[in-house]
Ligand binder design. Structure first.
Ligand code: UDP
Ligand code: MN
Length: 289
């Protein structure tokens, strides 16, 4: 009788011991298990939201092809393309579909008032509206906003640079504003001035291709947008004034000593009107160029 009781007690101790062992095992192994599932913070890659206004012209497909094929090499990139047109075109729609890029296709026609020559104002503002909605939704991921004109030239290094941005990053831009290179000047790691000759009195004498902005700032400053009310060349200063001061600018591209983006411009092609040709040609209207 006594022995039998002892056996039961022993069994109970054994079961309790095993339970403690299992609990300890699970508890101990949990962090290691979590590590495998949670991405390492150094592997976290901010999304780059590239905002590109575009309009129909003879070299449009050539420019967009070159740009989209650069973007295919960029990780975590979301291309927001806004056509300056009353409706979306098949050319841009097909180009985006075939690119396999992550994209958002929008359109708004510019109705330029007299005395305002700026391009892309309504298109970029529409993209910012879309972005604010996206960032507030569950699909919205943190990242940076880069305003990318469709005929510039972008080195892949510029995308690596802009992922380091906390607030607003700046860097030199090649072949712009009458200069080989327009650039912020850096003293002790801070922007202390600018090398710019075209309207150097601009609050931020920086080209659209010379900066990127932490996307969260567009939620912090819901009024930040481009404007038709400012003089030509002041669009960059207009958007930047909402989100940053000169002291807060983060100089990138090796303290603004490297050129990773060029303000190239595609020459307007001149083609011969078919009516002027003596030799009749086979019609080519059905071919997209
Ligand atoms: N753009 C536009 N509508 C226009 C003219 C330009 O949407 O009527 C776009 C253009 O495709 C480009 C950006 O606005 O992405 C800046 O225009 P552009 O490259 O002509 O400016 P620039 O090279 O003179 O600075
Ligand atoms: Mn351009």
């Amino acid at each position: 009788m006594h022995l039998f009781n002892l056996k039961i007690i022993k069994k109970q101790y054994l079961a309790l011991g095993m339970l403690v062992f299992v609990v300890l095992f699970l508890f101990n192994s949990k962090p290691a298990f979590q590590c495998q599932l949670t991405p390492d913070s150094s592997a976290y890659l901010p999304t780059i939201y590239g905002i590109t206004p575009t309009y129909a012209r003879l070299a449009q497909k050539a420019d967009l092809t070159r740009l989209s094929q650069t973007l295919m090499l960029v990780k975590n990139f979301h291309w927001i393309v806004i056509e300056d047109s009353a409706s979306k075109t098949k050319l841009v729609e097909n180009l985006l579909k075939e690119s396999n890029l992550k994209y958002t296709h929008l359109n708004v026609k510019t109705d330029k008032p007299k005395g305002s020559s700026a391009s892309g104002v309504e298109q970029r503002n529409m993209a910012l509206d879309w972005l604010r909605g996206h960032l507030r939704s569950p699909e919205g991921t943190p990242g940076v906003v880069f305003f990318m004109d469709d005929d510039n030239t972008y080195a892949l290094k510029i995308f690596d640079e802009m992922r380091k941005i906390k607030r607003v990053g700046v860097w030199p831009v090649g072949i712009v504003g009458g200069m080989r290179v327009e650039m912020p000047l850096v003293t002790d790691g801070k922007v202390s001035g600018y090398n710019a000759v075209w309207k150097p009195y601009r609050p931020f004498p920086i080209d659209m291709a010379g900066f990127a902005i932490n996307a969260t700032l567009f939620l912090d400053f819901p009024e930040a947008k481009f404007s038709r009310k400012v003089q030509s060349g002041f669009q960059e200063s207009e958007i930047l004034k909402y989100v940053v001061t000169q002291q807060e600018l983060e100089p990138l591209a090796e303290n603004c000593t490297k050129v990773y983006v060029w303000h190239t411009r595609t020459q307007k092609p001149s083609i011969i009107s078919p009516k002027k040709l003596k030799k009749p040609l086979v019609p080519d209207n059905h071919i997209e160029v």
